[in-house]
Design a protein. Structure first.
Length: 127
């Protein structure tokens, strides 16, 4: 829905605006606006994220708390990462065990299938 004049101005706007993209304040504002838009779309009209000032205040509060409790947050994340790695390794072992059991069952099933295939043939051959 852009008209021709907007299309002509687009390269100039992009060129001037790109210098601000690296600024932390600009990237924070973009993240806040993206969160605002996503929250509006996902959660509907009854949403505290509809107010950009509440979103900004929440971001400031989260940043302050992360800075204040940085050591505790790092320790928690490190512990959670270690637990996650342990969980993944345990699940890999469980999956390997299940695959080995399935292969054993398949091998035994094929031996039993071969034996049952020979069993009916024997009585017919004897008769």
């Amino acid at each position: 829905m852009m008209n021709e004049e907007m299309m002509k101005q687009m390269p100039h706007m992009m060129g001037n605006g790109m210098s601000m993209m690296g600024h932390p304040l600009a990237s924070g504002a973009m993240l806040a606006s993206a969160g605002f838009a996503a929250g509006r779309g996902v959660l509907g009209h009854l949403n505290p994220l509809r107010n950009p000032l509440l979103l900004l205040a929440g971001g400031l509060a989260a940043g302050y708390l992360l800075h204040k409790y940085e050591k505790e947050v790092i320790a928690f994340v490190t512990k959670a990462t270690g637990l996650g790695k342990d969980f993944v390794l345990e699940q890999k072992e469980n999956l390997a065990d299940l695959v080995a059991e399935a292969q054993e069952a398949e091998a035994q099933g094929s031996k039993a299938g071969a034996a049952t295939a020979q069993a009916p043939a024997d009585p017919v051959a004897k008769a």
